[in-house]
Design a protein around this ligand. Structure first.
Ligand code: APR
Length: 311
């Protein structure tokens, strides 16, 4: 029997994730949305592409959760994206309500699923899914660091005119302007970028990475990035489905790791069949610690905003 992944939200990120999951033939896909016809239409369209793309993944589009029963993984992208001038945090009250409803419905049908959260503001939405589901912390994982580090890798490859496949990047912290790209652990063919670029150029790339989402929003004008976010969610799903145990930067619920307590924040984790199978702790310099603390403080502030909202 094929694995089953449900994608909730058949918009830009959700439909692109469904396409990538199917075309990589990782699993059967159930696509859910509240808008009637949209998930059905997109699932049928993707099914009709299968002969050409050469896969036998089954795609189902629906407005209810029946077909999602027994999913191995659920990727939640439901919610509104930001528009120019908005920060991810501006989405909190609308998306918290949506996240709560979706999580309740998912838990009833797929009590053993691993949830990959994509909706923004990411760290706060992970908190909503965690509290609503009552799932153990290893089964609630936020997609942020894989995207942020892919952006950093793209900029490193452009800067040095090298294959992006040779790059590796390390990003910690919340999925917002306070994220913490770590140049000393970011490499090209194993060589730290600190050996390959001036501090000024590294700072410029770090800044572009931290504002990578806003750069796309200002170009698209009607929504936010979706190709790279979908790729990132699918890389996480693949590591879990195949029990690959990849080390990937993801938002995880921390209880003391990195000196942070009771918060979802981006750290390197091992992703396998059980979801998060370990948090990798590295020792940080004082500056890096301070940057991570600032990022954690921003996430904690958003958590307190969440506590004050009746969603
Ligand atoms: N249940 C299911 N689907 C829902 C619900 C709900 N309660 N509420 C909204 N949706 C659906 C919308 O109908 C829409 O099709 O979620 C989809 C969101 O798609 P887009 O508007 O295209 O947004 P997208 O770009 O995919 O971003 C989704 O991911 O990256 C984050 O910040 C982004 O929070 C946003 C989310």
């Amino acid at each position: 029997m094929n694995s089953k992944v449900t994608v909730v939200g058949a918009g830009n990120v959700g439909a692109t994730a469904a396409q990538r999951l199917a075309e990589k033939e990782l699993c059967d896909v159930v696509l859910i949305d509240i808008i009637e016809g949209v998930p059905q239409g997109k699932a049928l369209d993707l099914t009709e592409a299968a002969a050409i793309e050469k896969h036998d993944a089954q795609l189902t589009g629906t407005n209810d959760y029946e077909a999602s029963a027994g999913s191995d993984i659920v990727i939640i992208t439901a919610g509104i994206p930001r528009k120019p001038g908005m920060s991810r945090d501006d989405l909190i009250s609308t998306n918290a309500g949506i996240m709560k409803k979706v999580t309740q419905a998912i838990c009833q049908k797929s009590p053993d699923a691993v949830l990959i959260i994509v909706s923004n503001p990411l760290d706060a939405m992970c908190q909503v899914a965690y509290e609503t589901s009552g799932f153990p912390k290893n089964r609630i994982i936020g997609m942020a660091g894989v995207l942020d580090s892919a952006r950093f890798r793209a900029f490193i490859a452009m800067e040095l005119d090298v294959s992006v496949e040779n790059t590796h990047a390390f990003v910690l912290g919340g999925h917002g302007d306070t994220m913490v790209p770590l140049p000393r652990f970011s490499t090209v063919a194993g060589i730290p970028i600190t050996e390959l670029m001036s501090k000024e150029r590294i700072d410029a790339l770090v800044d572009r990475t931290a504002n990578g989402g806003a750069e796309i929003v200002s170009l698209l004008k009607t929504g936010s990035a979706y190709y790279a976010p979908a790729s990132a969610a699918v890389e996480m799903a693949e590591s879990i489905l195949k029990d690959k145990k990849k080390i990937l930067p993801c938002a995880a619920y921390l209880e003391g790791e990195y000196g942070i307590n009771d918060l979802f924040i981006g750290v390197p984790v091992k992703l396998g069949a059980n979801g998060i199978e370990g948090v990798i702790e590295i020792s940080l310099t004082d500056d890096e610690k301070a940057a991570l603390k600032k990022s954690a403080d921003a996430v904690a502030e958003l958590k307190s905003v969440l506590a004050g909202i009746d969603y």
